[in-house]
Design a protein around this ligand. Sequence first.
Ligand code: THU
Length: 147
Amino acid sequence: MTDDELIALARAAALKAYAPYSRFSVGCAVMSVNGEVVTGANLENACYRLGLCAEQSALTAAQHAFGLAKVARVAVAGGDGSGAELKGEAPVTPCGGCRQALLEASLLGGRDIEVVCASGDGAAVERHQLSALIPHGFGPAALGDSG
Ligand code: THU
């Protein structure tokens, strides 16, 4: 699947966001090493801090569909999802918590993850390796000194 196709799936997923509080709809498409794709969207809550990001929603779907260890590439897009198509000009990069969640999948699979960050309208795209988005991350090895 091309980056453009993965972005299109992320943009479509964003239209299913439940984001009445921020009115910022985010979609994420996660592709496996074998080309399988799952999607997710942000899921907000009246208790604001309990909201779930699109990436973590998509990672949960990936866990069930093919397993976190097989995550190879993700696309993220976000913006105004109130119309028939997602709108917005600025590429959306994963928040810190989502980078941490992606890091767990990356370490489990022993591979870097490509992160394709798109604007809501899909026109602006940034590509990053997860390792560049979360250098010096806290992973399972950091728990080596636990009691
Ligand atoms: N959001 C995501 O879904 N992913 C990110 O990486 C950044 C932020 C969501 C959380 C919240 O529902 C809305 O965007 C505004 O922060």
